[in-house]
Design a protein around this ligand. Structure first.
Ligand code: FE2
Length: 249
C-alpha cells in the first residue's frame, strides 16, 4: 500500500502533500523512524502536523514534559510549518494536546498566527489550513467532539481569506462547508477530511487519500481508495465558487 501510494505520487506529481497527523500509534521512536522513512519517499513538498497519537499516552513523564519530543526529533522541528508559492499558501496548525488527547484544541497564540501569516499573503493566493482534529462532524457518522476553540480559529480564517481546511483524525473521508455548523461564520469555507491512507485502523471505509485540484474558481476532490492492489478513483466531488460561495457542481 505504501509502495503504491509513493508510486502514485511519483507519477501524478502533486505540488504539495498535506499530512494531517497521527504518523504513529504510540509515539515510539521506532514508529517515528518508520514514519520519517515514509515521508522521505514522498516526492513533493510536505506540510505535516502532529496528531494525538504522536504524543505519548502511557509514558506520562514524556507525555507532560516533552509531548512533542519524538515528533520534533524525527519528523519536523517545527510542528506548524508554512508553505507558500505564487498560487498556494498552506499553514499547518498543531491541535494535538497532552491534556486534550482525543479532541484537540487551538490556543489564542495559534489563532493569532493564522491572521498574521495569511494576512501577509495576497488575496489571489489560495489559502489552506491543515490540522489533525476536525472542524465539522462526519455526515451521518457517530457523534464525536470537534476541535476545541474551532469557532475562534474559523473566525480568524474567515477574516483572512482561507478557502479550505484539511484535517484527519476520524479515518473518514468527506467534504463540506463549515457554515451549516457555525452559524455566525459567513464566509464559505470548505473542509476536506482525509481518511486513513495507510493505517490498519478503519472506521468502515477502505484506506483512502484525497487528490485535490485547486483551479480557481473550481476545486475538485477525488477520493482515491485502496482496492486491495492499487489506489483507484472513488468519490469525485467538485465545487465552483460563485458570488463568494462554494457551490457543489
Ligand atoms: Fe487522531
Amino acid at each position: 500500500m505504501v509502495a503504491s501510494l509513493v508510486d502514485e505520487l511519483e507519477s501524478r506529481k502533486p505540488s504539495l502533500v498535506a499530512v494531517s497527523g497521527d504518523l504513529t500509534q504510540r509515539a515510539r521512536a521506532r514508529q517515528f523512524r518508520a514514519a520519517r522513512a515514509f515521508l522521505d519517499r514522498i516526492p513533493a513538498p510536505i506540510v505535516v502536523v502532529p496528531g494525538n497519537h504522536d504524543i505519548p499516552l502511557f509514558n506520562v513523564v514524556a507525555r507532560w514534559l516533552a509531548p512533542f519530543g519524538g515528533y520534533t526529533r524525527h519528523i519536523n522541528p517545527d510542528p506548524e510549518p508554512f508553505f507558500h508559492d505564487e498560487d498556494l499558501a498552506v499553514m499547518g496548525v498543531n491541535t494535538a494536546r497532552p491534556g486534550q488527547w482525543s479532541d484537540g484544541m487551538l490556543s489564542d497564540r495559534q489563532i493569532e498566527r493564522i491572521r498574521e501569516r495569511f494576512g501577509r499573503i495576497p488575496e489571489r493566493v489560495f489559502k489552506v489550513v491543515v490540522t489533525h482534529h476536525p472542524f465539522i462532524p462526519a455526515p451521518g457518522g457517530r457523534a464525536h467532539a470537534l476541535v476545541e476553540r474551532g469557532f475562534q480559529a474559523l473566525a480568524a480564517a474567515e477574516s483572512c481569506g482561507v478557502d479550505l481546511l484539511l484535517a484527519g483524525h476520524l479515518h473518514m473521508t468527506f467534504t463540506g462547508d463549515v457554515r451549516p455548523h457555525y452559524l455566525s461564520i459567513r464566509r464559505s469555507m470548505l473542509v476536506a477530511q482525509a481518511g486513513t491512507s495507510t493505517s490498519l485502523r478503519h472506521r468502515g471505509e477502505a484506506n483512502t487519500y484525497n487528490w485535490i485540484v485547486v483551479d480557481p474558481p473550481a476545486l475538485a476532490f477525488e477520493q482515491r481508495g485502496w482496492s486491495g492492489s492499487a489506489f483507484e478513483p472513488r468519490v469525485l466531488t467538485r465545487y465552483v465558487k460563485r458570488d463568494d460561495e462554494w457551490i457543489k457542481d
